[in-house]
Design a protein around this ligand. Sequence first.
Ligand code: PEP
Length: 256
Amino acid sequence: MKTYIVGNWKLNFTVGEASIYLHKLLKALPNYRDIEVVVAPSTIALQPLSLQVDRHKIKLAAQNAFYRDYGAFTGETSFSQLRGIADYTIVGHSERRYIFGENDKMIEKKVAAAIRNKITPILCVGETESERSFGETADVIRDQVIGGLTDVADDDLDKVVIAYEPVWAISSTKAAKLATPDEIAEVVALIRKTLADTYGKEVAEKVPVLFGGSVNPSNAGAYLTVPGVNGLLVGGSSLILSEFTDIIEVAKRVRS
Ligand code: PEP
């Protein structure tokens, strides 16, 4: 399986800044066969960047889109409009869940809409600090995984990526803490068990599971060697080109 390094730029960079960053990243990167490098710019930058990107080196992800293909949904962009432009899409990021009120029902529809439009969903799951402190982590993760995949046919499960992002470890969270490799290993194993119980062991092994939460060049190696982790979802550190390329270098070293 490839190693995924996904940069989530969130609400940062103008279209011009995003284009300059992509230009520099393309120049800095060789064509790594075994590392899938993905960047997720704001929706407005996706179309121009899709004309600039070399997809042998880098893929593009949307950060969000709406599950209906067209209609009276003021302000929304559909996955059908992003078809052929975005290769991946983040779905169910904790900022969408907790700032914009997205629930598992909406996330389930977004995952299905992405697949319908040939865009690979990166389904984010993760418990909050208080859920962890009340011992609810396993239930939350199970519900988010099963809920998010409800509309996915068994045959399409190999078109899904899952990212474990404990909300308390995300750098924008107040007093974010670093997740330990053991904490991550436990939840990643639970994600695979949930997939295996629902869809069978063989399919469960094929789904890439990423980790995200304050990843930087110094901790990337430790996180990439956690059993069951197939890549990283990087927020803050992906905004600094040298840090993002260093993380990709670490991935290359760890995997070779
Ligand atoms: C994220 O928000 O997806 C994320 C992982 O952010 P950060 O790396 O900044 O914690």
